[in-house]
Design a protein around this ligand. Sequence first.
Ligand SMILES: [Zn+2]
Length: 489
Amino acid sequence: MIQLHDTLAREKRPFVPQNPNRITMYVCGPTVYGRAHIGNARPAVVFDTLARLIRHQFGADSLVYARNVTDVDDKIIAASEAEGVDPAVITERYERIYLEDMGALGVRPPDIAPHATREIPAMIAMIARLVELGNAYEANGHVLFNVPSNAKYGELSRRDREAMLAGARVEVAPYKRDPADFVLWKPSEAGVIGWDSPWGRGRPGWHIECSAMIEAHLGETIDIHGGGLDLIFPHHENEMAQSRCAHGGIPLARYWVHNGFVDMGAEKMSKSLGNVVTVGELLEQGHRGEVLRLALLSAHYRQPLAWTEALIDQSKAVLNKWYGTLRDLDHIISGGTTDEVDEGMLEELRDDINTASAIAILNGLNDDLRRFRNDFVHGRPTALNKQAAAYMRDRFVNSAGLMGLLTHSPEDWFKGRIYNVSIEEAIVASVEMQSRVILGDQNIEQKIAARAEAKARRDFAEADRIRDELKAEGVLLEDGPQGTSWRRE
Ligand SMILES: [Zn+2]
């Protein structure tokens, strides 16, 4: 069983999904206005590894993994004004580069990549609901979430009010009812990107984006919500409050998983401190994506990771050693004996994604294989026979593969023929994702209820339209004496 540390519970808990055939995971993705630094790459790699583990454990089709793209934001607007181009020029450029950089790190594209600018109606609907329920209010062209309206606010970050106000660096504005209130919608001046809304032309705040897109794509309660430690407050605290209030108190996520910071020596890495190294710079320096991935996975994901030259060199040495063992074994044994992974390594990954211990186990397998190879070529008695060695070799490669490592042939590795995931492939996948809405169970139930209402008022055209709409999403309805039941194709 997988154990995950849940930030809300402050402890490691067995991971029991709501529906093991449709596990839902949402990770807050990039704001696309500049190149990702290595600290931004850590959650992408960590949650990619968790996605691989879940698929290994529950089945290839068991997981729906959504990672959003924030493509409307004040920093994007500032960048577009500085360059004198449309915001879309900035966001398309940097989304493409992000996908390219993450592809180089062996990060598979998520199943769904919702874009904020394409989901404005869902955000407006959620904001309107919060206003109607009394959790939000309009003031001075803005809509604000009223923090005191939600008694559980602060539950995730466990901060007292003073710390919350300091941590959120909230703007003091005379129109706020409470200083902690945060923006759901703000006005856009003429010439600035905006959409019509009941509160005038404007644009959404960042937090509402995730709440609305989670509801639209995954449902009201998801299994795993992930991101970096820095998102706990205020972003996730705010997402949690909005969704809980909009959904009658039910929780947004069942497990909150957060990764630690990457630091350059002593300081946390951030653009404002200027101590940033981007993934692009590292790749341009000639470091291979798989080396960077191993470096990012070398510490437990909740621990801080010190990013140093020594860490990169050490990760490169480890991969050269592993690929070297595979190359040297090629003359002695052939692969293809099993698709199993090593149970010991799997146990470590199941234990709150303990990649550091998993890597130690892979090192142990490498050493056993190296010993076999040396004994064999020197004609000494070997601890393993050829068959056992071939089986161990395959388990070694499969286990590393589960972590996105040893994905090349030894020959390509040593000859430098390393091709990263094609950016074209990643873009195609992303476009397909955007046009594909995976309906959550609650959304389906809502549509079935709407269809029943349509039938009751004898609007059969509408009832048929809803049935066809669900069918197009792979949801089949069966009308029976007990009402309508549904199943996925
Ligand atoms: Zn988010």
